[in-house]
Design a protein around this ligand. Structure first.
Ligand code: NAP
Length: 288
């Protein structure tokens, strides 16, 4: 495992485990416990995933069973758009997440989307950061033009920007900008959520064959080799094991370039530029 040093000075495992689309509490608890058993130390949830309680229970059980200590774990959650209304709603959302997780602090709180009054919401999570409720603050889904404007106007530069990053949407421009501001890029959907035939893609399979690795392992390795933190999600133990087994091989410069050439220049998972989606996300309620 490699680690990233955040602009707070804290270290974060470069690879973690995401729990999006595991709404069933019992399944989420099982999966998170299995992920910790497999060796994942960075766990990524969000208020909107509706599984913070289950994740918290799995962590507590893993610590109780002696698998890991809280200090060895890096736990991320996110404030949903509904709570990105003002400073107070965002600050209270962090407290609600901590109560659900049953934790005294998390390692990172992100604003989930560049929607609502995200400047005010950021002041709310920054207050939580100053009070020690979170060890770092950051953002998610902030495209370069939004991120540049944001960084020019906030006191605390985000530690992380979590965005969609995989070979079919490589966002090299976003990575370059984050480098300028000292922000750690983190990939959501590092396996493109299974789209584009990613697991059977001839180039990826061919490169993998050379190293005795799968296409999934090749794309995960590709992102980490360009300095990106990754959060592959799987409910299957054998895939969890496979996805974390990427630290014993290195892609050549030419292979990195060939994989990068798969970029389509846009997302085929979500269109943040669609006003209809903006309205839908603003209308999505996760609580009263
Ligand atoms: N900030 C945001 O807006 C945002 C958005 C999306 C995601 N995220 C975060 O990023 C994490 C990862 O993204 P994601 O869950 O959307 O997608 P992903 O990790 O790119 O892909 C997950 C899909 O790939 C399958 N899979 C995983 N490993 C595999 C392997 N080795 N071989 C074949 N299939 C495999 C999984 O199936 P099984 O589960 O059935 O194994 C699942 O269907 C999320 O869980 C979440 O924490 C954040």
């Amino acid at each position: 495992m490699k680690y990233a040093t955040l602009n707070t000075g804290a270290t974060m495992p470069l690879e973690g485990f995401g729990v999006f689309q595991i709404p069933d509490a019992a399944e989420c608890e099982r999966v998170v416990y299995d992920a910790i058993r497999t060796g994942y130390r960075l766990l990524d949830t969000a208020a909107a995933y509706m599984n913070e309680e289950a994740l918290g229970k799995a962590v507590k059980r893993a610590i109780g069973d002696g698998l890991v200590t809280r200090e060895e774990l890096f736990i991320t959650t996110k404030v949903w758009v509904q709570d990105q209304k003002n400073e107070e709603t965002a600050y209270q959302a962090v407290k609600t997440s901590l109560a659900k997780l049953d934790m005294e602090y998390v390692d990172l709180v992100l604003l989930h989307q560049a929607l609502g009054d995200y400047f005010a919401a950021y002041r709310g999570i920054t207050r939580a950061y100053r009070e020690g409720l979170t060890k770092a603050v950051g953002v998610s889904n902030f495209y370069p033009f939004v991120l540049a404007n944001f960084c020019e106007n906030v006191d605390v530069i985000p530690a992380v920007n979590q965005i969609e990053l995989h070979p079919f949407f490589s966002q090299e421009d976003a990575l370059a900008l984050m480098k300028e501001y000292g922000i750690q890029p983190q990939a959501w959907g590092p396996l493109a959520e299974g789209k584009h035939g990613i697991f059977t893609d001839p180039l990826l399979v061919g490169i993998g064959r050379k190293y005795g690795k799968s296409a999934a392992q090749v794309v995960l390795r590709w992102n980490t080799q360009r300095g990106v933190s990754i959060l592959p999600k799987s409910t299957h133990m054998e895939r969890m094991e496979q996805n974390i087994d990427i630290w014993d091989f290195e892609l050549t410069e030419d292979e990195m370039k060939q994989i990068g050439e798969k970029d389509l220049g846009h997302s085929e998972i979500i269109n943040h530029f669609d006003p209809g989606l903006v309205r839908a996300l603003n209308g999505m309620k996760i609580h009263e």
